[in-house]
Design a protein around this ligand. Structure first.
Ligand SMILES: C[S@@+](CC[C@H](N)C(=O)[O-])C[C@H]1O[C@@H](n2cnc3c(N)ncnc32)[C@H](O)[C@@H]1O
Length: 245
């Protein structure tokens, strides 16, 4: 690793900001802050060990996100939202040494696994942030920061009463339009046809993006949700959302 930051990753999920999200709200009732994820419980000793040993090397410095202080250089920064255990983020970082990658998720065990994977892969251009990406973007990111945003296999939230939890939504597209650089884009992959249609419909109604189906990125590993979807006979939708001028 080229640079050690002063940040840390928490060893426990932080308390939620704002309204606690009940798992199932009555139809038509929307909490003050709708989240695209659910919170899970305690962490194993392996997770804690990985976070303590490897977290400080890749955690962001506290405060506003600043690419130079986070990565020690000024290169295009790609944000992956909902990176899980980081297989795609690590692969992107390895295939794009001239780019920097910030991988975010809420759940610490996956991030801990990503830290171990990143160490094994020897990638120096990957940083990790734990938490709700929406809160991070709203509170700590200045406009026109990211060259691209990746959203691979987001939680589909299939029930009608949970549609508001889907990450691709009008308010989140507004936010992404702000933090993307001019000419920036968003890549979305999903193994759920209804989610792909949802994305296309949201973007069709949004003035700042245009969306189209695209090729699968060759650098992305084929495991995980993609493999599970294919094994179950589902097609994978690859969508690209370009930021309009
Ligand atoms: C279905 S998983 C996919 C994980 C990974 N992209 C993959 O392909 O294996 C979706 C992930 O998005 C994360 N997530 C959902 N909403 C999020 C948010 N607002 N901020 C950060 N992560 C979020 C969840 O915690 C979960 O790990």
């Amino acid at each position: 690793m080229g640079r050690v930051t002063s940040g840390t990753l928490p060893l426990a999920d932080p308390p939620p900001r704002g309204h606690p999200a009940p798992p199932d709200l009555p139809e038509g009732v929307v909490p003050a802050r709708v989240r695209s994820f659910v919170r899970r419980g305690r962490h194993s000793s392996l997770t804690r060990d990985r976070l303590e040993r490897l977290g400080p090397l890749r955690a962001l410095p506290a405060g506003p996100f600043e690419a130079r202080s986070a990565f020690g250089r000024c290169a295009p920064v790609v944000l992956e939202i909902g990176c899980g255990h980081g297989h795609a983020a690590i692969a992107y970082a390895a295939h794009h040494p001239d780019h920097d990658v910030l991988a975010m998720d809420v759940h610490l065990p996956g991030l801990a696994r990503m830290l171990a994977g990143a160490e094994a892969a020897g990638v120096s251009n990957l940083r990790v942030e734990q938490g709700d990406a929406v809160v991070f973007l709203e509170d700590r990111v200045t406009p026109q920061t990211f060259a691209a945003v990746h959203l691979f296999f987001p939680d589909p939230w299939p029930k009608t009463k949970h549609v508001k939890r889907r990450f691709v939504s009008e308010p989140n597209l507004d936010l992404l339009a702000t933090v993307l650089r001019p000419g920036g884009h968003l890549l979305v992959a999903t193994d759920q046809d209804f989610y792909a249609e949802h994305v296309l419909a949201e973007v069709a109604a949004h003035p700042r993006f245009t969306a189209y189906r695209t090729q699968r990125p060759a650098w992305r590993p084929t495991d995980g949700f993609e493999a599970k979807g294919r094994a179950a006979g589902r097609a994978i939708s690859e969508l690209r959302l370009d930021l309009l001028d």
